[in-house]
Design a protein around this ligand. Sequence first.
Ligand SMILES: [Zn+2]
Length: 277
Amino acid sequence: MPELPEVETYVRELTPALHGRQVMDAHVLWPRTIAAPTPEAFVQRISGARFIAFERRGKYMVLGLDQGDTLIVHLRMTGHLHVHPASMAPDKHTHVVMSLDDGRRLDFQDSRKFGRLWLTRDPGLVLAHLGPEPLDAHFSMAEWQAKLAGRRAAIKALLLDQAIIAGVGNIYADEALFLAGLHPTQRGGELTLPQLAALHASIQAVLLAAIEKGGSSLGNSSLQNHVRPTGAPGNYQEAHRVYQRTGQPCPRCGYPIERMVIAQRSTHFCPQCQRLG
Ligand SMILES: [Zn+2]
């Protein structure tokens, strides 16, 4: 599933392709892709609108249009938003097509069909549940401490909770916990101040390093989690220290990386470098 670095890469690379472009018309081929409004209203309102603002919030793309609407996109597991030449026929996984005024087409493709698009006057309605942005200058230690205070759940599960911190998913939770030297089952509310500080810094470090590499691309061609708008893969998967490296040597101590399941999600860690307590 695309996480913060993959979505950030999308927004950065789509910006030059879409800035100032006007949607001439649109077609919805799989109605459930449109979370709101109705597919008919979506087509009517986006036709004629021009892309003028490009942001990311958590794992959401937030694309501002000149007529007051905002297009919000969540890629979920296998969603892709790509600009194609109009001559290229939409494939069977293309669920929304938007023709652009430069003769190209913005396509939303999604083999698993969990991705969603919203068109809204009030982005807050879609984004209000999200916790702090980990790379925001306002994401302070005080806020981080307050978010985890009293929480009895495993820190790995808490990192996946978008209300606690926005944009972190399975890959970067595992990588940040390794970098901070924390066992994934440690209870969030029991982290010491130095542990909280180490995790705060590690989350920021892994996210920034992953953005630098264009995110992580995993899976095979039909279920690829992340393909950049340019068609290129991200490269951060080559830098993963623990994620999906079960049985391979820890890059710090050489002990085999282990896998366990927390909150129904695969979790990868080094039992030597990430001790409980
Ligand atoms: Zn180790």
